[in-house]
Design a protein around this ligand. Structure first.
Ligand code: COI
Length: 361
C-alpha cells in the first residue's frame, strides 16, 4: 500500500491575483507552487516522514554528499487540466519505474513506485489551483528528485537521503518550439559512454552538458546534439530531448536505448507513429546518414521529443565545417501531426486508447 503524504498547508499562500498573473505567462521553471512533498530515508529506518508541507529551502550540512559527489536523480512529468476542470497525469508509472532504475544506477535507495506516485499526486492535490487552464500548451511541471543529504566526505553510498517533489507552472520549453530549433553537433564533447550513467536521469549528466550547451549557443544553435563517445559518429540525444528522423518512404528512425535517456515521450511517439502508419526503427544512425539523407531528400523531417519539449521540430544542424537544413527548413507535416496527437491525448481532447492518463482530481 502507498504511504500517505499528510498535508500541512502553508500559512502564507501566494495571493490568488499573483498566482493568476504567473499562470498567464509562466515560462519554464521560473515560478514554484506553494507546497512540496518530502520523505526521508536512513539506513536504519528506511523511508519515513512522508508529508506535503510549505515550499521551503532545505537545510544541508556543507559536507552533504550530494554537494560533493552528485549522488542525485530526478524526473520530469506534467499535470494537465482538461476542459471539464479535471486534472490528469500522463504515464506517471513510467516515470516512477525510470526513477527506480536511476536510483539503482546511482546507488540510491529504492523508493517504492507507489510512494513516488503518491508523493506526486499529493502535491498536485495540494496545489490544484496552480494547474493552468491551457491556452498555449500550459501545464503544471512536476519535478520529483532524490539526493544524498548525509554529512560525510568519504566516497560511498550515503546513508541519509531525501526524496522530494516540487511543482512549477510551465508553458512551452522553447520559445521557438513551433517554428523549429537548430542543433549543434558537437565534436568536442560526448554525453555518455557504455557502462556510464547515460540512461539514468541524474543531475551529473546535465551538468556535464552545460559546456556543450554553451558551445551550441556560441554557434547560434538552440541546443546541442551528441554523437556516441566511441567515435563511430552515431547520433545519441540532445541532452534534454531524444531525437527522431522521418523519411520520405514513411519510416520513423530513432537511436536505440543504451546510453541515452529512456524517454517517456520517445516511447509514446513510437506507439503513436506506428498507429499513424509509419514504420518505426530503433537503430544506430550516423551523422553521415543524416547529412546525406537531408541533402538527397531521404530524410524529410527531424524532431526532438521530451516531457518539457513535447515534440519540437528540428529544422537545421550545424557542426564543425558544415551546416544543413532539413526539408525546406520549416516544421514537417508528420511532425506537426504527431505533436497534435500526443497533446490531444494529454489534454483530453482525444480518446486515450492506451489508458495512459491517470486522473488526480
Ligand atoms: C524533461 O523533459 O522533463 C526534462 O527532464 C528535461 C529538462 C531537463 C528540462
Amino acid at each position: 500500500m502507498a504511504s500517505d503524504y499528510p498535508l500541512t498547508p502553508t500559512t502564507s499562500p501566494t495571493p490568488a491575483a499573483e498566482r493568476e498573473r504567473i499562470l498567464a505567462a509562466p515560462g519554464f521553471g521560473r515560478y514554484f507552487t506553494d507546497h512540496m512533498s518530502t520523505a526521508t530515508w536512513s539506513a536504519d529506518l528506511g523511508w519515513h516522514g512522508h508529508r506535503v508541507g510549505p515550499l521551503e529551502p532545505f537545510s544541508l550540512h556543507p559536507s552533504a554528499a550530494v554537494l560533493h559527489y552528485a549522488q542525485e536523480i530526478f524526473e520530469g512529468l506534467k499535470a494537465y487540466r482538461h476542459a471539464d476542470g479535471s486534472v490528469w497525469l500522463f504515464r506517471p508509472e513510467q516515470n516512477a519505474a525510470r526513477f527506480a532504475r536511476s536510483a539503482r544506477r546511482m546507488a540510491l535507495p529504492r523508493l517504492p513506485e507507489e510512494d513516488f506516485l503518491a508523493g506526486v499526486e499529493a502535491l498536485v492535490r495540494a496545489d490544484e489551483p496552480w494547474v493552468p487552464v491551457p491556452g498555449n500548451e500550459e501545464s503544471l511541471y512536476l519535478r520529483p528528485f532524490m539526493f544524498a543529504s548525509e554529512a560525510f566526505l568519504g566516497v560511498r553510498p550515503a546513508t541519509q537521503i531525501v526524496f522530494s517533489v516540487i511543482a512549477s507552472p510551465a508553458g512551452p520549453y522553447f520559445t521557438s518550439g513551433l517554428t523549429g530549433v537548430t542543433l549543434w553537433v558537437t565534436s568536442t564533447y560526448s554525453r555518455a559512454a557504455r557502462g556510464g550513467t547515460g540512461a539514468a536521469k541524474c543531475g551529473g549528466n546535465y551538468a556535464g552538458g552545460l559546456a556543450a550547451q554553451l558551445e551550441a549557443e556560441e554557434h547560434g544553435c538552440d541546443q546541442v546534439l551528441y554523437l556516441d563517445s566511441a567515435g563511430e559518429g552515431n547520433l545519441e540525444e540532445s541532452g534534454t530531448m531524444n531525437l527522431c528522423l522521418i523519411t520520405a518512404d514513411g519510416r520513423l528512425i530513432t537511436p536505440p536505448l543504451g546510453t541515452i535517456l529512456e524517454g517517456v515521450t520517445r516511447d509514446t511517439l513510437l506507439t503513436l507513429a506506428a498507429e499513424a502508419g509509419l514504420t518505426c526503427q530503433e537503430r544506430p544512425i550516423t551523422i553521415e546518414e543524416l547529412r546525406e539523407g537531408a541533402a538527397d531528400g531521404t530524410v524529410t523531417e527531424v524532431f526532438a521529443a521530451g516531457t518539457a519539449a513535447v515534440v519540437t521540430p528540428v529544422v537545421g544542424f550545424k557542426g564543425d565545417g558544415y551546416a544543413f537544413t532539413v526539408g525546406d527548413g520549416e516544421p514537417g507535416r508528420r511532425t506537426a501531426a504527431l505533436r497534435t496527437r500526443v497533446l490531444d491525448i494529454q489534454y483530453g481532447r482525444a480518446e486515450d486508447p492506451h489508458g495512459w492518463l491517470r486522473r488526480v482530481l
